[in-house]
Ligand binder design. Structure first.
Ligand code: UT7
Length: 325
């Protein structure tokens, strides 16, 4: 009998501090930077985002999301034998945030590591966990996306600082006789490193380079709309399915216009697209599992639904995972 992996529980975490676009207008005005609710909503669909308080790290959000996913799966931490955290905002340069999460969950012993693929991080992490489960290297994994992007933002740069937020989402992925993860497809193209990056690094006790987020929004936008359609079609073909089989498209939540364009290309009405970018902003690797958990808890996504999860972001990286939920 073939060995497969299935998602058996989801969870998420958002820091309590919620900033509406009006709050951002005020925050930026204090620095002499102009923006407006109209511009942000029209160009991105974002209305609010959450920011962590001082002293709260990716591992804190990840741990809370993981606890909720474990509870939803009806499983206890002791039976988890793999932890993967997708993050570009780790607590420390090293060790991994996954190792810190493992300790915060009161566990020890199982492999725990981070995956760094920026906004595609969760689909990368899910693909790795699925492969490890199918190969027999693991049986029950925690796959988490967690970010504190607010710490990377330059609040003098209105073209980026209004877009991002903090949060975490998690799933429990278990070995199963029936397929849950149907097909996966991952890509990277390092020629585009410069269009979305945080170019700083640590050297001799100092940060060299510019440790804030830089983005050529239009270049990212153009690449994103092309590769999201391509990756979706690839996983559908690998799984022997068609667009008509998709119950829910759950794309990386960066910009409502990118999501609308992807849905149009896949001939999906917007009522089959899970949208949380309006309330969370872009939470990078956390956005897909956060959106999934919100849709599950809202009663939208149900057991048996076919889900198209798609990520795209810095690297340039992109990928898709087709799931029977
Ligand atoms: O998570 C990884 C994936 N990331 C993405 O998918 C992001 C992809 N890119 C985008 O979502 C969009 O390109 C943005 C939302 C970042 C920008 O939207 P745009 O429609 O491409 O706007 P733009 O960069 O062409 O800027 C248009 C105008 C400019 O003014 P001028 O030069 O026309 O006078 C900007 O200065 O909008 C201005 N602008 C703003 N105005 C008010 C830029 N940011 C703001 C702002 N408030 N926050």
């Amino acid at each position: 009998m073939n060995r497969h992996s299935r998602i058996t529980g989801t969870g998420s975490s958002l820091p309590p501090r919620r900033l509406t676009n009006a709050d951002m207008v005020e925050l930026l005005a204090a620095r002499g930077v102009e923006t407006s609710d109209d511009w942000i909503v029209e160009r991105t669909g974002i209305r609010a985002r959450h920011f962590v308080a001082d002293g709260v790290f990716s591992s804190d959000l990840a741990t809370e999301a993981a606890r909720r996913a474990l509870e939803a799966a009806g499983t206890d931490p002791a039976s988890i034998d793999l932890i993967i955290v997708a993050t570009s905002t780790p607590d420390m340069v090293f060790p991994s945030t996954a190792a810190i999460v493992q300790h915060k969950l009161g566990m020890a012993g199982c492999p725990a590591f981070d995956v760094q693929a920026v906004c595609s991080g969760f689909v990368y992490a899910l693909t790795v966990a699925d492969a490890m489960i199918r190969s027999g290297s693991a049986s029950k994994a925690l796959v988490i996306g967690s970010e504190v992007f607010s710490r990377l933002l330059d609040f003098n740069d209105r073209t980026t600082c209004v877009l991002f937020g903090d949060g975490a989402g998690a799933v429990v992925l278990e070995a199963s006789d029936t397929p849950g993860i149907l097909a996966t497809d991952l890509h990277a193209d390092g020629r585009h490193v410069g269009i979305l990056c945080v170019p700083g690094h640590v050297n001799g006790g100092q940060i060299l380079g510019d440790p804030v987020l830089k983005m050529d929004g239009q270049a990212v936008f153009k690449l994103a709309v092309g590769v999201l359609e391509e990756a979706a079609r690839t996983v559908l073909a690998k799984a022997g399915r068609t667009e008509a089989d998709i119950d829910w498209l759950i794309p990386h939540q960066a910009n409502i216009r990118i999501m609308q364009s992807t849905a149009r290309k896949l001939k999906l009405p917007m009522d089959k697209v899970v949208v949380t970018v309006d309330q969370h902003g872009n939470t990078s690797a956390a956005s897909i599992p956060l959106a999934l958990d919100h849709a599950v808890r809202a009663g939208q996504v149900k057991s048996g639904d076919t889900l198209m999860l798609e990520g795209v972001g810095g690297g340039f990286t992109w990928g898709a995972v087709l799931v029977d939920f």
